[in-house]
Write a protein that binds this ligand. Structure first.
Ligand SMILES: [Zn+2]
Ligand SMILES: [Zn+2]
Length: 414
């Protein structure tokens, strides 16, 4: 299970201390009531507080922090998934530890911005270059020596941040800057110059106010979509802005007590014929006669807009993609209790190949084609599906879909 780290922050308006969870993108200051959205144009950057009065000068080393679900479709014809939740030293091969271990769970993080007054070096390589190390840390499903042929792999809901850990050098040995303990003697020829860097990048802080009417925006703490109840508009938190996002509401034919968000994506699929409803019926080997009009009915891929464990994620995507719901209602009133959107639309598009893989009936014959499948997102709608809240789950009787409440809580930590 993923672990959530705690971030100590100060309200940018009144300076009051605020405790955030790592996934939080929105908070209301309990003191001055200001509502804020947090975003970044690449990665969130945090640092771990060093010990008081270190004997030598502290310097910081970046660690990549990676979380998400890793999917693999291989020649055993199963979709395998693993939760990735790990850290990797950004200065691979140096004297520094390869990972931070479990330590950050017990400590508090702070945002590594210029206000800290510290120097934070950038990792020398882009994140993509450490994918191999991420893969290397995954569990081995295959005991036999025969190499497994992987048809598709993807990383869902990938969250990549940078965590800076403090160190210092004393008597030609690297020391842990939190506990003050020696870690490793520097070998001859090993540089004793700490990594150089800049003074840290500021966070992008956006007031959570409707850009159109100025009313307060509402949203869950890990949400990237916010609502204005005054003008009933939704706003999508991008890397540097709030952008207007239209949304559709599915007809529930009855009272709804909550709404769950889904992405309905029109995509260009190259490498496999799956553009129409008829293609889908054949691919999934549906026990129905393929109707003629299906040959020209464009297909939408439905992807949960929230994070849940891998099997539920795929089950919901499969059910809705097979169902192709299309009965929408005009919704002029603000939605009651919309659940937070925590999966960005581009991440949702990245999961389409694995959704197709799970829909394919004749895996042995068709899965090898997954190797050459490429997906381009053409259009994406945010759709809210009405659900009735029951004791342990959300239920939609017309689609016969239920989503356990616990699974949404679990997803917040992914
Ligand atoms: Zn405040
Ligand atoms: Zn408004």
């Amino acid at each position: 299970m993923g672990s959530s780290w705690i971030v100590e922050h100060r309200c940018t308006q009144c300076g009051a201390p605020i405790t955030l969870e790592e996934a939080d993108r929105y908070f209301a200051c309990p003191f001055c009531r200001v509502r804020i959205c947090l975003t970044t144009d690449d990665h969130f950057r945090y640092y771990l507080q060093p010990m008081d009065n270190p004997p030598e000068e502290i310097f910081y080393v970046p660690f990549w922090r990676v979380r998400g679900i890793w999917f693999i479709c291989d020649d055993e014809l199963e979709i395998k998934s693993s939760i990735v939740d790990a850290t990797y030293c950004g200065f691979h091969g140096g004297p520094y530890p390869e990972s931070l271990g479990l330590r950050p769970q017990a400590l508090k993080l702070r945002f590594a911005g210029p206000e800290s007054g510290s120097i934070f070096p950038e990792p020398p390589q882009e994140f993509n270059s450490i994918f191999e190390r991420v893969e290397g840390g995954l569990p081995h499903y295959h005991i036999s020596n025969s190499p497994v042929r992987v048809f598709h792999k993807s990383f869902l809901g990938e969250k990549v941040s940078i965590v800076y850990a403090p160190f210092f050098l004393k008597n030609r040995a690297l020391h842990d800057g939190i506990l003050g303990k020696p870690l490793k003697a520097l070998r001859d020829g090993m540089s004793n110059v700490p990594p150089q860097g800049s003074i840290g990048r500021p966070l992008t802080v956006i007031p959570a106010m409707c850009p159109e009417c100025g009313s307060d925006l509402e949203g869950g703490r890990d949400s990237i979509v916010f609502f204005c109840r005054n003008c009933n508009k939704a706003w999508y938190l991008t890397k540097n802005n709030l952008e207007r996002k239209g949304f559709l509401v599915l007809n529930g034919n009855q009272e709804a007590t909550s709404y769950l968000p889904f992405w309905r994506i029109k995509a260009q699929v190259d490498g496999l014929k799956v553009q129409t409803m008829a293609d889908l019926a054949r691919l999934a080997n549906l026990p129905v006669v393929v109707r003629e009009e299906w040959e020209s009915t464009g297909l939408f891929f439905w992807v949960p807009g929230f994070k849940v464990h891998a099997s539920l994620f795929l089950r919901l995507a499969r059910l809705l993609t097979l169902h192709q719901p299309g009965d929408f209602v005009d919704h002029e009133e603000p939605l009651d209790a919309p659940q937070p959107v925590s999966l960005p639309v581009d991440d949702a598009s990245d999961s389409i190949t694995v959704i197709i893989a799970s829909l394919i009936a004749m895996k042995k014959r068709i899965w090898p084609s997954l190797e050459s499948v490429t997906i381009s997102q053409l259009h994406a709608d945010l759709v809210y599906i009405p659900f009735q809240e029951q004791e342990g789950d959300y239920f939609n009787p017309s689609l016969k879909i239920s989503v356990p409440k616990n699974s949404l809580k679990f997803g917040q930590n992914l």
